[in-house]
Write a protein that binds this ligand. Structure first.
Ligand SMILES: [Mn+2]
Length: 467
């Protein structure tokens, strides 16, 4: 018989566990074959109807990843790494509360840094990390609160300590006195920009408090093997969403219908959120960088820009494709598309440890993409296209779609970033962005979203197979 706390904790990774329990045979197959979901999806498109059903089950089973115990060890390793980065210090962390982090539209979502370091998904928690052991502080049980949002773990639960992976579990009522006791003769850090950080200041009176934001960001920038695996699940779900959109797309449809098809594709797989509001912009809307209204009706001859990604088990994907509504690019659309793709390929080819992602000048991938754009093609007045390159080349992705970043640090193995050059030529109604996610490796980069066609010819071929 498992305690309430154990059940609550295992609920946190519900998607993976359900899949693991339900279809273990497929999981074993996956281990033997080593097939990526994207490869499986490719095979699925080429088999019979019965085979397609089996393929569907197999794809559903793939998100089964590491166990709860594995993850608890990983959270403990992250805290150990932070201790090493801030030796001899006490770090006070403030989790999200239902009032601050959730509203009636989106529901509660844990603060990302807190989740990264603790794995704790319930509201109202606090943590104190010290050289001599880590403390998780949980709100006491409240019948009223639980009536609305269900059972929560509480510090009174038997066996709560080992289940959280923390050395000590206390009540949040003890935060002030405990922090004062632990902070005596030590420097104290917190995450200054996190909502509720003033709790730490209040508890310590006039004592100087330093900011750990960049130290945590530097840890979050380098993904573990498990995180990369989890990001791949989100990417594969997003690839499936884009392919479903291409299949449905037709002149006369509204942008929101495409957004609905895409969201539905990953929600059906158990992904819990959009990683960001879907951007589905047709014709003139393709040039609006963060267009999110999605209300326009698309027409023949227009481009449709889809910047849509899933969040699955807390990890984000961020993918963009721009495709012709009618199934074929016009010669001019194709010309500009190929320039954006060339810029993206140039940046991906140059991606390796030591390069910078953003900024200008030698050693930055952003400059390589911009130089490519300026060296290829012209606008209607014969000017180079660089002036239509309106945003930086990319960003880190992880728990957040724009993930924690220390901008002074160069690319290093284990980092996952987007490469997303775009050209937005208002006078021609041409907005084109191509966005993929890459993993920086020892000597270069691995394209994580390669299952989604990027070449103009391959996109047209995929669109031809519609109906
Ligand atoms: Mn992006």
């Amino acid at each position: 018989m498992r305690s309430l706390a154990a059940r609550l904790l295992s609920n946190t990774r519900k998607t993976e566990l359900l899949a693991a329990k339900q279809i273990p045979v497929f999981l074993n197959n996956r281990k033997q074959n080593g097939a990526r979901p994207s490869e499986v999806a490719g095979r699925c498109r080429r088999v019979s109807r019965v085979g397609k059903v089996l393929c569907g089950l197999l794809l559903l089973a793939i998100p089964a990843l590491a166990s709860d115990a594995d993850w608890r060890q990983e959270y403990a390793r992250r805290r150990a790494a932070l201790r090493k980065a801030l030796p001899d210090a006490v770090v006070a962390l403030v989790g999200g509360t239902e009032a601050e982090r959730g509203d009636l539209r989106s529901g509660f979502q844990q603060e990302s840094n807190f989740y990264y370091l603790t794995g704790w998904r319930e509201p109202g928690a606090l943590a104190i990390l010290t050289p001599g052991g880590d403390y998780l502080l949980l709100p006491k049980r409240s019948d009223v609160r639980e009536r609305y949002t269900g059972k929560k773990a509480s510090p009174e639960d038997s066996g709560i300590g080992p289940l959280t992976g923390f050395d000590h579990v206390l009540s949040t009522d003890e935060f002030g006195p405990k922090l004062r006791e632990l902070a005596d003769n030590r420097s104290v850090f917190t995450l200054e920009k996190v909502s509720g950080a003033e709790k730490v200041k209040e508890a310590l009176g006039g004592k100087e408090i330093q900011d750990a934001t960049l130290a945590v960001a530097r840890l979050r920038m380098v993904k573990s093997a498990r995180e990369v695996e989890q990001l791949q699940v989100s990417i594969d779900a997003s690839v499936a969403a884009h392919l479903a959109a291409w299949k449905r797309m037709a002149a006369g449809l509204f942008e929101y219908q495409i957004a609905a098809t895409m969201g539905n594709t990953y929600f059906e797989r158990g992904c819990e959120r959009h990683a960001y509001p879907p951007i589905v912009g047709s014709g003139p809307n393709s040039i609006v960088l963060h267009y999110g209204a999605n209300r326009r009706r698309m027409d023949q001859g227009e481009l449709l820009l889809m910047d849509v990604g899933a969040e699955c088990s807390s990890y984000a994907a961020d993918l963009t494709r721009t495709v012709p509504v009618s199934g074929r690019f016009t010669p001019r659309q194709r010309e500009v598309y190929d320039i954006v793709l060339g810029a993206q390929n140039a940046a991906i080819a140059a991606a390796r440890p030591g390069m910078k992602l953003t900024g200008t000048g030698a050693g930055t991938l952003n400059q390589i993409a911009l130089d490519y754009v300026n060296a290829h093609g012209k606008d209607l007045k014969g000017a180079p296209l660089g002036k239509y390159y309106l945003h930086q080349l990319g960003h880190h992705v992880g728990l957040d779609v724009h993930d924690a970043t220390d901008g002074s640090i160069a690319l290093a193995p284990g980092m996952v970033v987007t490469i997303e050059p775009g050209l937005y030529i208002a006078e021609e109604n041409i907005g084109i962005r191509i966005e993929d996610m890459i993993l920086i490796t020892e000597n270069g980069a691995k394209l994580l979203s390669g299952a989604l066609p990027r070449e103009a010819g391959d996109i047209e071929k995929a669109l031809k197979r519609r109906k």
